[in-house]
Design a protein around this ligand. Structure first.
Ligand code: COA
Length: 631
């Protein structure tokens, strides 16, 4: 997928990206995207010694002095002049010269396509949108129709290459991910998966898939003249789908996609042996996106509503509820319930959260527009229902998938909170980076719960570079540890605590700047490891070391996904005894989604969410109670 794009990109002429700022036109600007991409810098390979030194510094707060001194020895051997490190670094630099991006394909393979755990809970993020003002089937269908029209409106910008170029820290960003999220789908394989992107094919699709009561339909969303269906037309088509899928006793074929990838890979080959099944699966894979019209979920109090909505997005609630009303391999699935619940789940391989959320922002604005002009009701053909022939073997696979799904559902604990005391405004008023402030609150919350700090992952965008994805911001540092220890130390004066907080926030912001400029350590270390594998060399000892395992065991896996919409992204933890924390800092409040596994006795999503709330309040109080003059 990326390779194909990289090849086409090579033919583009170079145009200064600054010439591309914001011209949004309704007509196609052919070649604009490729020209923009060509103007982006290539991802650098950081200097070897810099990464190794930073790696040792990063280990300090998370491992013992004894382990650290062992790792230091291994590192000096690795860095020996003419040694393994230098050889691997040279290999990486060669790869960087020869490819569009030395990392992106390795990353796609190792982080996603070779990852064998189910995409549900373990990889795919969900997004909870604000609850909508409808309470019945009609409202559900009308909202779905508007949402589809909104996505098609966004798609026009992608097709016409008129999407405004995004910026981070004043630098233009790679826009490639926007071209990967529509008309694409993951396909399971017995050892590794693939992703197909039909938008890049000769005949891009003109249909979406709609699923209701576990039954899939192909809905053509363009008229024969190429114009998208209007909201009214979409409404009528969705109503037809609804009415012809009233039976609730259908086999939840889509639940197969929630399985462990090897299991699903085998079941997939079995499923598509049948020609009808193969065609139906292909229609889903090829569709622009999927809309899931969900059955009602158990009612909960207002307090718990967002947490319940989050699990509906992440896994559908189990085989009794909506987990079969999905095709989890599909890159984009919008989910709409009858009670005003709406959001989405996306398969992570093709993109990170920010492009998805910017699409969401557009769609949400679109759905707010007053009712569209009524279109003349030219009768449209009945959307095609996708048939599946269920053999006893497929039935058995579905039963196994249901069981496995229900285990995952019981194991996932999600707590969504809206922190209302302040938003980005407060840290900004203190001349502090809001993201760093929130990350330090997380460090404090974790330390208060466990009296220790842990390896912490925060995603940093590498989109300043061509085909860039992410690197890791290591939020646990010596400075963060000094701050969290000092914060609750009764022997320390407030002024000292403020100074420790300020230093920790600054260190975090400095790491962020280093990461988004391609100078962080994690992807570089991964690259060195991959280079050793590619060279068929023995694995360097620094990667076999306990310290490396500890460094990679992220008890806190976190991400900021900011949006204009009052929504929140959510995802599962990445280790059995860890937490997943995602947040959307708005100007005056912050939405947080915290996840953990029930099977782990030490973790508790609600407790961490509460600790995070308290940490944020305490940090604000500390800053407010400490006279500025003394800072
Ligand atoms: N004083 C006052 N204001 C400050 C400040 C300071 N010292 N430092 C930052 N700010 C302001 C910024 O100017 C910005 O203003 P805006 O709201 O007008 O845009 C705002 O505070 C936010 O800045 P900050 O909190 O520092 O974060 P950021 O926006 O730079 O984001 C990351 C940091 C790491 C989230 C971002 O760089 C990134 O990489 N995002 C992508 C993450 C990703 O891919 N996640 C998806 C995973 S699926």
């Amino acid at each position: 997928m990326l390779g194909l794009l990289a090849r086409t990109m090579g033919k583009a002429s170079l145009v200064k990206p600054s010439a591309l700022v914001k011209p949004v036109s309704v007509t196609k600007i052919a070649g604009r995207y490729l020209a923009h991409q060509e103007g982006l810098p290539k991802l650098p390979v950081p200097p070897l010694r810099q990464t190794c030194e930073r790696y040792l510094a990063m280990l300090e707060p998370v491992i013992s002095e004894e382990e650290l001194s062992h790792t230091r020895q291994l590192m000096s051997e690795f860095l020996r002049s003419g040694g393994v490190g230098e050889r691997l670094q040279k290999g990486l630099e060669r790869r960087a010269r020869k490819t569009e991006n030395w990392l992106s394909d390795w990353w796609l393979q190792t982080a996603y396509l070779e990852f064998r755990m189910p995409v549900v809970v373990y990889s795919s993020p969900g997004v909870v949108l604000p609850k909508q003002e409808f309470h019945d089937r009609q409202g559900q269908i009308r909202f779905a129709a508007k949402l589809i029209a909104g996505v098609l409106d966004f798609k026009t910008m992608i097709d016409n290459e008129t999407l405004p170029v995004e910026y981070l820290g004043g630098q233009p960003l790679c826009m490639n991910q926007y071209y990967q999220v529509l008309s694409s789908c993951r396909i399971p394989g017995p050892k590794r998966d693939t992703v197909v992107n039909h938008a890049l094919g000769k005949r891009p699709p003109t249909h979406i898939t709609v699923v209701h009561n576990f039954q899939f339909f192909v809905l053509d969303v363009y008229n024969s003249d190429g114009t998208p269906l209007t909201v009214d037309q979409l409404y009528m088509q969705l109503e037809k789908i609804w009415n012809s899928s009233l039976q609730t006793n259908k086999e939840p074929i889509g639940i197969l996609t929630s399985q462990h990838r090897n299991t699903w890979g085998k079941a997939y080959n079995n499923l598509i042996k049948d020609k009808t099944n193969k065609e139906s699966v292909r229609a889903i894979q090829k569709s622009i996106f999927t809309v899931c019209l969900d059955a009602p979920m158990p009612r909960v109090s207002d307090d718990l509503y967002r947490s319940r909505a989050a699990v509906q997005m992440l896994h559908g609630g189990g085989s009794r509820w909506n987990s079969g009303n999905r095709w989890f391999d599909k890159t984009l699935q919008f989910i709409i319930g009858e009670d005003g619940t709406c959001g989405l789940i996306y398969e992570h391989a093709p993109a990170e959260g920010p492009p998805i959320v910017s699409l969401v922002d557009h769609v949400v604005e679109y759905t707010k527009k007053s009712e569209m002009v009524r279109s003349p009701m030219v009768p449209l053909p009945m959307p095609q229902k996708l048939r599946f022939n269920i053999t006893p073997e497929i039935k058995k696979d579905i039963e196994k998938a249901k069981q496995n799904m229900n285990i995952m559902v019981h194991d996932l604990d999600v707590k969504v909170i809206v922190f209302t005391h302040f938003g980005k405004n407060f840290p900004k008023s203190q001349k502090m980076s809001p993201d760093a402030f929130i990350q330090m609150a997380l460090q404090l919350a974790y330390f208060r719960m466990y009296q220790t700090c842990c390896s912490t992952y925060e995603s940093a965008s590498l989109r300043m570079f061509r085909l860039g994805r992410t690197d890791t911001i290591r939020s646990a540092s010596i400075d963060s540890l000094n701050f969290v220890r000092g914060m609750d130390d009764p022997t320390k004066q407030n002024t000292e605590k403020v100074a420790l907080l300020g230093k920790a926030v600054q260190a975090h912001r400095a790491y962020t700047d280093m990461a988004i400029r391609g100078q962080a350590i994690d992807r570089h270390l991964l690259g060195l490891k991959m280079q050793a594998i590619e060279d068929l060399a023995s694995m360097p000892e620094i990667f076999m070391d306990t310290a490396y395992a500890v460094a990679m065991h992220y008890n806190l896996s976190t991400s900021q996904v900011p949006a204009k919409t009052d929504c929140v992204m959510c995802f599962g933890p990445v280790v059995p005894d860890g937490y997943g924390v995602c947040y959307n800092p708005m100007e005056e409040h912050i939405n947080f989604a915290v996840s953990a596994f029930n099977s782990c006795e030490e973790t508790d999503a609600a407790r961490l969410a509460q600790a995070l709330h308290d940490a944020l309040v305490d940090m604000r109080d500390l800053l407010e109670q400490t006279p500025k003059a003394k800072l």
